[in-house]
Design a protein around this ligand. Structure first.
Ligand code: UDP
Length: 311
């Protein structure tokens, strides 16, 4: 089996590369490294079944060797990253999805695209089921990511319907774990960095907004299982354990034993007020549910950041 993974040097992409190598696949990681990091691939690069191609998948890519699976995970994915790179975000979600679909079609390969809970926008339905169409501001500052992913889902379904490509769509909810970038601007790396460096934890707004955090190994298991179905509609993969951002800050302070205070900052525009996956579909279709609770997941992630910071 040969599997191509775009965004392979990113946080989730590098975990996927590792899993597919462990399953015996040959893995080709494609990344332009605007938010990915080759250091995530250091261990994998010694594996003879692993290959890295430095390439922006918003431009077409030809691969000679027969591909069995194409997974499209390339994209800036944290609000800070996609605010900084709005046009590459739109291009990789739109043109990158088109190009990877073309690859899958040419190779008659299974295809899976990384979509996101952001397709639900600031949701008016709670928790979010796959049948909910969302509440997205197309011209807001988050629109470049949300709409690119909504377009991605649309073109993936079109390739399935028009060309019979064996496509899959995973809607990924907030995910964390080792290999996250310390400076990606997301809440977990920010809070852990701040706690470890003795800086104030920056809670945006009043901290009453909620998120539901899943550990990366649970996501990888869900992606693996979904890829091996013949189910083509979107599937939420996330951990339904919902928490307010205020509680999350307190949890990280306690876990790290940090004496940092909490400071409040303005809430960014269009920041969703609530987010929680309904995972009924994943449970029924994949026999999947998350296995790693926040206690264990946060401890493992804190250990990773401590090592990175020499703490
Ligand atoms: N957030 C925060 N402090 C930070 C970074 C983020 O309070 O230093 C909040 C942010 O406003 C949002 C939530 O934490 O309500 C999750 O933000 P993140 O950037 O991790 O991703 P999102 O879930 O919004 O895509």
């Amino acid at each position: 089996m040969r599997t191509l993974i775009t965004g392979g040097a990113g946080f989730i992409g590098s975990h996927l590369c590792e899993r597919f190598l462990n399953e015996g696949h040959e893995v080709i990681a494609v990344d332009n490294l605007i938010t990915g990091d080759l250091a995530n691939l250091d261990i994998l690069r010694t594996n003879p079944r692993f290959r890295f191609i430095g390439h922006d998948i918003s431009n077409p890519l030809k691969v000679k060797d027969k591909l069995d699976n194409v997974l499209h995970f390339a994209s800036p994915a944290s609000p800070v990253d996609y605010l900084e790179h709005p046009i590459p975000t739109l291009k990789v979600g739109a043109l990158g999805t088109h190009n990877t679909l073309g690859l899958a079609k040419a190779h008659d390969a299974r295809y899976l695209v990384a979509s996101t809970s952001e397709v639900y926008g600031d949701p008016l339905e709670h928790p979010q089921k796959e049948t909910y169409w969302g509440n997205v501001n197309p011209i807001g500052i988050r629109g470049c990511y949300d709409e690119a992913k909504r377009f991605a889902e649309s073109i993936v379904m079109a390739y399935h319907r028009a060309h019979g490509v064996n496509t899959h769509i995973v809607r990924i909810f907030n995910t964390y774990g080792p290999a996250m970038r310390l400076n990606d601007g997301r809440v977990l790396p920010n809070f852990m960095y701040q706690a470890l460096m003795g800086q104030p934890l920056t809670v945006y707004g009043d901290g009453k907004q909620t998120r539901s955090f899943q550990y990366v190994s649970d996501l990888v298991e869900g992606v693996w299982r979904l890829l091996h179905t013949d189910y083509h509609e979107p599937v939420n993969i996330g951990n339904p354990a919902e928490i307010t951002i205020q509680e999350f800050a307190e949890e990280i302070l306690k876990l790290s034993g940090s004496a940092s205070k909490i400071e409040y900052r303005p809430l960014p525009q269009d920041d969703p007020k609530v987010r929680q996956p309904d995972i009924t579909r994943a449970k029924q279709l994949l026999g999947w549910e998350p296995k790693v609770g926040r206690d264990e997941g946060l401890r493992r992630t804190l250990d990773f950041f401590k090592k990175k910071l020499g703490k």
